[in-house]
Design a protein around this ligand. Structure first.
Ligand code: UDX
Length: 466
């Protein structure tokens, strides 16, 4: 199939390369000329394991190209919207500027039978509104919403072999207006755009067929497909991220209780995680979640629920956010305590800047936040990260960065491990003991062997651990 992907960020680039790998003919479009120049030379503009290989092979196939010109979307049968929906400045709501601009630019390029497919995470009701715009344009194109669940660090794998596919599709009128009862759409949701509650009809099978063709390989291998309406598809994405964020904040709340009772949250997580109804994944207590998705998605969800008059239904997400942010403060406080509240002229080595390992992404990164706060308190912060220094130094040039973690921790008064890169998890406490001025380590990801570090003469401070 001929496919366009509008927006070449973490999501769009991986999606475009993966679609080419699946046999399609793809054009990736972005307004950022520098990004397009890099991509056209098969250079990913960000770090993602496995992406350089897929991108190189996709470019070599001659079926993937990149462009700044939206007119290059013309002639594609499917148009994926993969632009960002960041947090709006001065508000918790999502900023839809890029989604709106992409649709405005795309409308004149659409032809009869085309399918526009939203992948961006949007407030519920957006797809219905966009479907109305597409319908009003008279192009004969249609819209589907197909949320993306990829994790940075595993993006290529998650895109080629997803856990599930969700197709949110529109309703098509039934001749004679007769609609099966189970297919009737809710028409009284408050606050939703009228297009989202369009006339009753059957789910758009044309859109389902096209998406099944796009994802033919995953569908054939038995990947579960959920075919639903726009609102459900939009909500699936934010509900999934809200659940994950809640799970992390739950265990971090337990860490807070563990800290005043002498309990060990890592053992507690193991013990409750053996219950298969709970599960051990996403129960790692530490400095909390960050990144370009979880924090802004739970805020945007709460803001949208407020608009819909259902703020109380997800009011707990504000608590989830607050617990998460308190953990960053806890790490800063542990470091300051270790420095006897006298951070001036003391060297703090910060190991990690990315919001998680195997990524160079520092958006809402707890690690970078901790480094900035400690610098603000007067400590001499020397930060390091295997991949994220360039992004971090662009945002916070006031910090000192070094590429080598051994250099970062040499003569340190406190070492803080804030992103659990493999290279940091495997540090040898005995060998490092003589390098630092004071052997104090704050393990903000609870990823080190406390016993081994203590045995090597270190003061080990974890989160929610005695
Ligand atoms: C997330 C969702 O997992 C993905 O499905 C969605 O499409 C986008 O948002 P991502 O942002 O790549 O993906 O990161 P994820 O692996 O979910 O981690 C998010 C944050 O939670 C990281 O900062 C990570 O360090 C933190 N985390 C994760 C914990 O603090 N504890 C855990 O147990 C797990």
């Amino acid at each position: 199939m001929r496919i366009s992907v509008i927006g070449c960020g973490y999501l769009g680039v991986v999606h475009a390369a993966a679609l080419t790998e699946l046999g399609h003919d793809v054009v990736g479009i972005d307004v950022d000329a520098r990004k397009i120049q890099l991509l056209s030379a098969a250079h990913p503009p960000f770090f993602e394991p496995g992406l350089p290989e897929v991108l190189t092979s996709a470019m070599a196939s001659g079926r993937l190209r990149f462009s700044t010109d939206i007119a290059d979307a013309h002639g594609s049968q499917v148009h994926f919207l993969a632009v960002g929906t960041p947090q709006l400045a001065g508000s918790y709501a999502a900023d839809l500027t890029y989604v709106n601009a992409a649709i405005d630019a795309l409308l004149p390029q659409l032809s009869e039978g085309d399918l526009v497919v939203g992948k961006s995470t949007v407030p519920v009701g957006t797809a219905g509104r966009l479907a109305g715009l597409i319908e009003a344009s008279g192009s004969g194109a249609r819209l589907a919403w197909n949320p993306e669940f990829l994790r940075e660090g595993f993006a290529v794998k998650d895109t080629l072999a997803p856990d599930r596919l969700v197709y949110g599709v529109g309703r098509v009128a039934v001749p004679g207006g007769r609609v099966a009862r189970s297919e009737r759409i809710e028409t009284s949701s408050p606050g939703l755009d009228t297009a989202a509650r369009s006339a009753p009809g059957l789910l758009d099978q044309h859109a389902v067929d096209i998406l099944n063709e796009v994802y033919a390989k995953a569908v054939a291998s038995g990947t579960p497909v959920v075919v639903t309406d726009y609102a459900t598809a939009e909500l699936v994405k934010v509900a999934a991220n809200a659940f994950l964020a809640t799970k992390i904040s739950f265990i971090n709340a337990m860490a807070e209780i563990a800290e005043v009772t002498g309990a060990d949250v890592t053992q507690l997580a193991d013990a409750i995680g053996y219950d298969t109804r709970i599960g051990r994944r996403f129960l790692n207590a530490g400095v909390g979640f960050g990144g370009g998705c979880l924090p802004k998605d739970i805020r945007a969800f709460a803001a949208r629920a407020d608009e819909l008059g259902r703020g109380e239904s997800v009011a707990f997400l504000k608590e989830v956010d607050a617990i998460n942010l308190r953990r960053r403060q806890r790490v800063v406080d542990l470091v300051l305590e270790a420095l006897n509240e006298e951070p001036h002229l003391k060297k703090v080595a910060v190991l990690g800047l990315a919001f998680k390992p195997n990524s160079d992404d520092v958006r809402d990164s707890p690690a970078l936040d901790v480094a900035v706060q400690l610098h603000g308190r007067g400590a001499t912060v020397v930060a390091t990260d295997p991949e994220a220094i360039a992004n971090a130094s662009r945002l916070h040039p006031q910090l000192t960065f070094v590429a080598d973690h051994i250099e970062a921790l040499t003569d340190a008064d406190v070492v803080v491990l804030v992103t659990e890169w493999a290279a940091y998890r495997e540090l040898d406490p005995a060998a490092l003991r003589a390098r630092v001025r004071n052997p104090v380590i704050v393990d903000a990801r609870n990823c080190l062997d406390a016993t081994a570090w203590r045995a090597a003469g270190w003061t080990y401070l974890g989160l929610g651990r005695p």
